[in-house]
Design a protein around this ligand. Structure first.
Ligand code: HEM
Length: 690
């Protein structure tokens, strides 16, 4: 193989799922490397550096068509960012069905165990613009496009099971209040401001989702560890026409884990791309993020069986009452090549369904069925955005739409209307028995009215249940987050109104927050509800060492055998090892082993590591080296992270009456150190640490 082709081969050799969608996308993947530079008309360019002038010191000529093409294209490189969810990232994956769901739905991708469907996924925050930071406290969302054999099915979910509003009419209002102020353009990616909290205090239905956002769920550590719910109620339909209410939930195999508020804020500056970096890295390493798809199903006749309205998007369906059945697994296994082409241009839409899936009367879902396509016409600039490579279905589609901006297809038929006789009345409609989509024949009754169902009016029982279900540590974090956010609200009456609202959820919580933010303790009491559900606390989800980032703090003169054994054990457990030292280059053990340094104390940060392995050693600038290690340990220790201490690192961390060293594992006199350290990494946080 010659040099040029082997280079080309290497560049295309990223891990890739071989499936029908990837094969389709391959037709659009273009490689310029190794080719002559040309204009868009394939004219070979001989000078790409200078404009065409009348004499080298003279004015530019209008004849310079190459400059006009190059500059003109650059001038048009941006498209409007999403009006919400502008900040996001994603990857390709594959969904595998666990078992046939044909008894409840006709959806083709859910008909047989083992059936695989290609997907693309985009995760996002809601509030901030495209250039904001990943770890902002916010609701995180996940759009999944299933490229099924019957057409595209889009499942949109949020990392909380409830929405901040109950009617789509309020969506522009809540977003106006949440996003930046028109005079300042501030804030960027934060909800800690007067307008948002004024909205919350003035719209009591919002307190439920806001309590979730203030909990650890609002500062997720990674997209890999994100649980997310459809919130809206959909309808499954089987081939007998029977309907079943359904809500969807994605359960991350890695469990649900969060940052601390302090970490989320600091990481926002240290590495604004923290989540996308983690996602890309995990796929590059082959530690593929996995999520099981769960469904909660409800017979039509059970619609009124609960003390909440199952169509209310501000209420969750407790798993303990309506069990989650896991029906498949999504594995993300391929990074995108081009963020713009594949993730900026991707367009999710809850209206993209396949036969067997339909919509309930959930008012928010009804409003969403209009919102997405409408905004995408504007954002992507054309009614033809379904033809973009990432959006086009696997199967050909046929209809009588024509023309519009950026039409890709060349429609050759002359008959583009129905009914017709000249083309045999084709494209023809397909009866439901033969696969044509049919709406579920929901029963409707009542008078035309602009209103909200009184059955949506219990605003406090479920937030109270959520609060009751949190562990003491999760409650503490929630109180701190409320105090942080409301503490930044300048208008005292808004702060007061919020604690007066929060008292309905928990009196003690509201009183502590009132003290923290300098307002009167509320006079009322919380709703008298003592129910709690284990499924609502993320503390009850699994924990693994996989993908935990281990910062190895190391200088020269380390114990080769000891360090190699530990690093091997860490690799075996699929952790991500970062060798951190005073300078880049290598560090050398006492036996001559050389380790390449990945980061310096300056370029990395203890905030970016999930755990530390303190090896210590010698350095040309010993005092600075020691001070940096001490600093890393101080931050990791106060954030409850596991710390492993090598026999050469003992002097950096000593027991004292003030600290109990919970989660600190020492190598001295411990033949099982590597195993114990991995066990501590798996535990992730030591909340009992003093
Ligand atoms: C009235 C309620 C809602 C309205 C009006 C609304 C509207 C929108 C709009 C306009 C976009 C931008 C779409 C684009 O530019 O491509 C969007 C994105 C999105 N929405 Fe909603 N939304 C609502 C509620 C929800 C709910 C309940 C969920 C899920 C449970 C959800 C999930 C998403 C997701 C995942 C995206 C991001 C898509 C992406 O990454 O491209 N939304 N929404």
């Amino acid at each position: 193989m010659d040099d040029k082709s082997s280079k080309d081969k290497k560049q295309t050799d990223q891990p890739r799922a071989e499936n029908a969608k990837q094969q389709q996308l391959d037709h659009f993947r273009i490689r310029d490397t190794g080719n002559p530079l040309t204009t868009k008309q394939n004219l070979k360019v001989s000078n790409d550096s200078e404009t065409l002038k009348a004499g080298v010191r003279g004015p530019q000529l209008t004849e310079d068509f190459y400059f006009q093409e190059k500059m003109g294209h650059f001038n048009r490189e941006e498209i409007p960012e999403r009006v919400v969810h502008a900040r996001g990232y994603g990857a390709y994956g594959e969904f595998e069905c666990y078992q046939s769901m044909s008894h409840v739905t006709e959806a083709g991708f859910l008909q047989e165990a083992g059936k695989k469907t290609p997907t693309i996924v985009r995760f996002s925050t809601v509030q901030g613009p495209k250039g904001s930071y990943d770890t902002a406290r916010d609701l995180r969302c996940k759009g999944v496009k299933f490229y099924t054999e019957e057409g595209n099915y889009d499942l949109t979910t949020i990392a909380m099971p409830v929405l901040i509003i109950q009617d789509p009419m309020k969506f522009p209002d809540v977003m106006h209040a949440y996003q930046n102020k028109q005079d300042e353009g501030i804030p960027t990616a934060t909800g800690a401001h007067d307008r948002f909290w004024d909205f919350v205090a003035s719209n009591p239905e919002s307190i439920h989702m806001v309590t979730w956002i203030m909990s650890d769920r609002g500062v997720l550590r990674s997209y890999r560890e994100m649980e997310s719910w459809s919130i809206n109620t959909y309808i499954f339909m089987n081939d007998q026409g029977k309907g079943t209410f359904v809500r969807f939930v994605w359960k991350p195999v890695d469990g649900v884990h969060s940052l601390l508020n302090d970490e989320a804020l600091k990481i926002g500056g240290l590495d604004p791309d923290y989540h996308r970096r983690d996602l890309r890295l995990s796929i590059d390493l082959g530690y593929y993020p996995e999520y099981e798809l769960g469904v909660q199903m409800l017979e039509m006749e059970d619609e009124f069986k609960f003390d909440f309205d199952i169509l209310d998007p501000a209420k969750f369906w407790p798993e303990e009452l309506i069990p989650v059945q896991k029906i498949g697994k999504l594995t993300l296994n391929r990074n995108v090549d081009n963020e713009f082409a594949e993730l900026e241009q991707v367009a999710f839409n809850p209206a993209n369904v396949v036969p067997g899936i339909g919509f309930s009367n959930d008012p928010v879902l009804q409003g969403r069925l209009f919102a997405y396509r409408d905004t995408q016409h504007h954002r992507l600039g054309s009614a033809n955005h379904d033809e973009l490579p990432v959006n086009r279905p696997l199967c050909p589609f046929h209809n009588n739409t024509r023309r519009g901006f950026m039409r890709h297809r060349i429609d050759v038929d002359q008959i583009n209307y129905r009914n017709n006789s000249l083309a045999g009345n084709t494209p023809y409609v397909t009866p439901p028995e033969e696969g044509g989509y049919k709406e579920y024949p929901k029963r409707v009754e009542g008078h035309v009215i602009r209103g909200r169902s009184p059955s949506f009016n219990d605003f406090f029982t479920q937030p109270r249940i959520f609060w009751n279900s949190l562990t003491p540590v999760e409650k503490q974090h929630t109180i701190e987050a409320f105090s942080f956010q409301l503490g930044k609200v300048k208008t005292e009456s808004v702060r007061q109104k919020n604690v007066d609202l929060l008292v309905n959820v928990d009196r003690e919580m509201a009183s502590i927050i009132a003290d923290n933010i300098g307002v009167r303790r509320p006079s009322g009491d919380n709703v008298p509800v003592s129910t709690s559900y284990p499924s609502l606390s993320q503390a009850n989800t699994p924990k693994y060492a996989r993908m935990q980032k281990v910062g190895v703090l190391i200088g020269d003169g380390f114990n080769d055998q000891e360090v190699n054994d530990v690093l091997n054990e860490l690799r075996r457990n699929q952790t991500v090892i970062r060798i951190i030292s005073q300078t880049l280059g290598t560090v050398t053990g006492s036996g001559g082993t050389k380790l390449r340094v990945d980061e310096t104390f300056l370029t990395s940060s203890p905030y970016l590591m999930d755990t530390l392995y303190v090896v210590g050693g010698t350095s040309k600038t010993q005092d600075r080296f020691n001070a940096n290690i001490a600093d890393y340990i101080r931050v990791a220790y106060t954030h409850y992270k596991p710390i492993g201490v090598a026999s050469t690192g003992q002097s950096y961390i000593q027991p004292s009456p003030g600290n109990n060293l919970a989660g600190v594992v020492f190598a001295n006199n411990n033949p099982n150190f590597a195993r114990d350290f991995v066990a501590a990494i798996t535990q992730q946080r030591f909340w009992d640490r003093t």
